[in-house]
Design a protein around this ligand. Structure first.
Ligand code: TXA
Ligand code: MG
Length: 313
């Protein structure tokens, strides 16, 4: 059920969440598929609806620092510094789980990933529900994230009790996920550039392939149905372009069946806004391939290249 997000629909959606229902809602990054983070059965429904493997933990969304105490314990000082500076916003912090969060939410881990979204609809929904809400991106597991309510309808449709339509998301790419202990470690590059985190708390380890993996970081992910490869058009012969689409960063290319340019001015945050949007559009054309231009891995470029590599894997 798709409804415009307003006071009434947000109130009804909050009641659904309290009753164990599934609600898709906009955040500033991508749409989330939410259920009560304190209700194991409700959270289990998320995994069913997304066809998500049970080893992949969910992010818990909160509206206030008071809610943090419900879901996490022993919060380190560095986390407080980051929350003060970047919440509400697109930063997810991995903390110690409190006993109130069922293990189905954390996929058996003793840690819990927490974020406070800044989107007004998400904030109103969380406040009205009065609950922490577990929410992965609102799309079938492994496929493109949803940056519009229509994407949620196409991907999950009737598996969701209510879809709140708050228009296109403003950032367009998922939150940055950070673990703090034993040392700060970037688990997923995302909408908050790691450079900004380092400016606040000092060096952050970037290679998360080692000891403390983020269970959901599977190699093939964020993928369109159309095969995708990372290729600068300069290296693609003309005869390979006719039945393919090109996703450029600052410039387009000729000879392709379809072309989208993420950021004609070269601004990475503009590229993030369009990233999933354009991939959804190009995917819908049913061409034989998408060539995506590589992006410089600084700022939001790191998150975009991460998504492109997984989509191409
Ligand atoms: O922007 C976002 O983060 C969006 C919106 C809806 O908030 N959510 C999102 O969730 O992208 P999802 O499920 O698509 O990605 C969450 C990832 C998991 O795949 C997993 O890698 C990581 O978060 N994660 C969750 N809990 C974790 C934990 N306790 N330890 C390590 N990684 C965790
Ligand atoms: Mg996801």
């Amino acid at each position: 059920m798709l409804v415009p997000a307003d006071e009434t629909s947000i109130r009804d959606a909050a009641a659904l969440l309290r009753g164990g229902g599934l609600v898709a809602f906009p955040t500033e990054t991508v749409y989330g598929l939410g259920a009560s983070a304190l209700d194991a059965r409700a959270a289990a429904r998320i995994f069913e609806a997304k066809r998500r493997p049970s080893f992949d933990p969910l992010i818990v969304h909160i509206a206030s620092v008071e809610m943090l105490a419900v879901v996490a314990r022993d919060v380190p000082d560095s986390a407080r510094v980051l929350m003060e500076r970047f919440w509400p916003g697109p930063l997810t912090i991995v903390l110690r789980r409190s006993g109130a969060v069922p293990l189905v939410v954390t996929a058996g881990l003793q840690t819990v990933a927490v974020r406070m979204p800044s989107h007004p609809v998400a904030r109103a929904l969380l406040r009205e529900a009065g609950l922490p809400v577990a929410a992965p991106s609102a799309n079938e597991f492994g496929s493109l994230s949803s940056t519009r309510a229509e994407h949620v309808v196409a991907s999950l449709g009737d598996r969701v009790d209510c879809i709140l339509d708050g228009g296109p998301t403003t950032i367009g790419i998922e939150s940055t996920i950070l673990q703090l202990e034993p040392v700060p470690l970037l688990l997923r590059p995302g909408a908050l550039p790691v450079e900004e985190i380092e400016a606040a708390i000092g060096p952050v380890e970037r290679d998360a392939t080692g000891a403390s993996p983020s269970p959901g970081r599977v190699a093939h992910h964020y993928a369109p149905g159309t095969p995708l490869r990372i290729a600068d058009s300069a290296n693609v012969p003309l005869e390979e372009r006719a039945d393919a689409a090109y996703l450029g960063f600052a410039t387009g290319a000729c000879g392709y069946a379809a072309v989208r340019v993420l950021a004609p001015g070269g601004d990475p945050s503009e590229a993030a806004v369009h990233f999933f949007e354009y991939l959804h559009e190009l995917d819908a054309l049913g061409l034989s391939r998408i060539d995506a231009a590589p992006v410089a891995e600084v700022g939001l470029g790191l998150a975009i290249m991460d998504r492109l590599r997984r989509a191409a894997a």
